[in-house]
Ligand binder design. Sequence first.
Ligand SMILES: Nc1ncnc2c1ncn2[C@@H]1O[C@H](COP(=O)(O)OP(=O)(O)OP(=O)(O)O)[C@@H](O)[C@H]1O
Ligand SMILES: [Mg+2]
Length: 176
Amino acid sequence: MEAPAPHSPAEAPMPNVTIEFTVTSPEQMQELGRRLAKLLRPGDLVMLNGELGAGKTTLTRGLGEGLGVRGAVTSPTFVIARVHPSLGDGPPLVHVDAYRLGGGLDEMEDLDLDVSLPDSVVVVEWGEGKVEDLTDDRLHVVIHRAVGDTTDEVRHVTLTGLGQRWTTVDLAVLSA
Ligand SMILES: Nc1ncnc2c1ncn2[C@@H]1O[C@H](COP(=O)(O)OP(=O)(O)OP(=O)(O)O)[C@@H](O)[C@H]1O
Ligand SMILES: [Mg+2]
């Protein structure tokens, strides 16, 4: 990435930070989640997008392990949001599956995510077009299978940090 111009105004839009990984098994996806957890702090919103069965919940399971929270991360049939409290002194993980919710923040209002976000790590599956109003600082994670991948377990994961929060985070440490 290019260094910023020396006298660029403070209000200048920050460049997005994007990094892509290829993951070849569910275990590796979970490991990516565990590593990502180490970069997260209260107030972080992580949006997970990608088709059914892409591996969003699998990644979240790793996040839960890395954060050291209570309870197994699952994809519940009826529950839209589940709070996993920390087993230590870290933030709770709020895991939202917005698949069955309609568009707009209105529908999300009952979840009070705006209230829990400052003290929690909030991870939302299928949140596109639904939770962006919560904050400008977001980590967008897109998981997809590419045409021509040789096995069923190959996934391409793209992480994009949006907003001030992510300009100072080196996502490349995730591949270390
Ligand atoms: N590389 C991989 N990463 C993640 N999951 C994988 C991978 N390869 C195979 N899988 C399998 O794909 C499935 C992913 O399921 P998961 O519930 O994590 O997906 P999801 O994106 O949350 O789906 P949904 O949209 O239904 O919530 C699991 O059965 C997992 O074992
Ligand atoms: Mg899921």
